[in-house]
Every structure is written in structure tokens, then in C-alpha cells.
Design a protein around this ligand. Sequence first.
Ligand code: PRP
Ligand code: URA
Length: 208
Amino acid sequence: MENIINVKHPLLTNLVSKLRSIHTNSYDFRKYLSEVGRILLVEALKNEKMKEKELEIWIGKRSFPVLEEEKYVFIPILRAGLPMLDGVLEMIPLAKSGFLAIKRNEETLESVLYYDRVPPLKGKIAVILDPMVATGGSLDYAINVVKEKNPERIISLNVIGAPEGLKRISEKHPDVQVYIAQIDEKLNDKGYIIPGIGDAGDRAFNTG
Ligand code: PRP
Ligand code: URA
């Protein structure tokens, strides 16, 4: 699973442990998801190409490296991916955002797309945001939708994954770089990650 990058940092692990606690309220839950998103983005872009740009500074004009911020398109998968958007936009405020609403049927575990508001991606770097990769069905679906829009590159930022779902993504989409904070033990018979964080969408929006 070469394209699955398990990002290891005590600050990340600490945030994931806070997300796991059932005593974390939805306000803090969203805040921690946002912070995890920000840290994963830092890791994902650590070798990113930069462009020289002439800037006016206090001693005149000089060239300095800058990121092409408008080249990035953040794509949270609703609902649970939404809180991650705040964190990454703090880092790249001029990025664009697109939205995919994907809900898995809790009986069949099949993913259903309800809404696609992702802008054209030609020449762009698409960054998918979703805290959970359980069966991998939702991420697989999202990647397929994004691939149809022909981006230059696809990155996925995820908080917790099950080995089963990550294997599926790695096999079907070896060209997508997946940065994930934690790989947990397994799925239970209802397709929930064990130990996991429970239903991320419900916890983020207080509907459990
Ligand atoms: C959750 C989560 C992922 C998906 C993961 O969303 O945010 O999108 O489940 O499961 P999978 O890997 O088996 O597809 P959910 O469908 O519960 O929607 P929600 O965010 O609206 O709660
Ligand atoms: N969706 C979640 O929110 N949590 C899981 O553990 C699996 C799917």
C-alpha cells in the first residue's frame, strides 16, 4: 500500500485520541477534525513545487518562492468532511472549494452520490477531505467522480482508516496519495471502524 501514507506525529495522535473520547462535544469534535486536516495538509505538501514571484518588499523588488494557491481545490465529502475544510483553507486561503455529498446506505454499505458541486479540475490539484475510510466505498466513489474531471493530481486527507478500506483504495487508485493520521484494527459487522470514533457525521453535527 505504497500510496497510503500513515502520518505519524504526537500532535496528530493526541488529536485522534481526543476525537475518540465520547466526552468530546460536537464543537470540539469539529475543531479537532479541522486541526487534523491542517496537519495532514502540511505533510502532504512538504515537497510541493513552488513558483518564483516578484514581490515588493521594504528594500525594493525581489523574487521569492510562493505556492500557486489557486491551483488547489479542496473537496470535502459531506457531511463529516466539512469541518476539515476550515483547517486547510487557513493554510491555503486562495484555494477553491468543491463539494460532494455521498452517503452510504447503512444496510448495504453501498455509497450514493447526492450532490456534485465540484468545479472543473483540469490543471488543478484536487484534495479530497473525509475523516473516515471504512469499507472505502465512499472514497472510491469520490475519487471516481474527481477523476472524471481530469485533475493534474489527486490527494486524499483522512483521519482514520480500516485496513480493508485502505487496501481497496490502494488497489483501485494507486495513483492517489492518501495521507491518513491513524490506521485502526478492523471493521465490525456493520461496517464501522474498530476502535474508530463512531459515526463521524453524527458526532460532528450533534445528531447522534
Ligand atoms: C461516513 C464517512 C465516510 C463514510 C466512510 O459518511 O464520513 O464518508 O462514512 O464509510 P465507507 O468507507 O464505508 O464508505 P456517511 O456515509 O456516514 O455520511 P455522513 O458524513 O453524512 O454521516
Ligand atoms: N462512517 C463513520 O462515520 N464511522 C465509521 O466507523 C464508519 C463509517
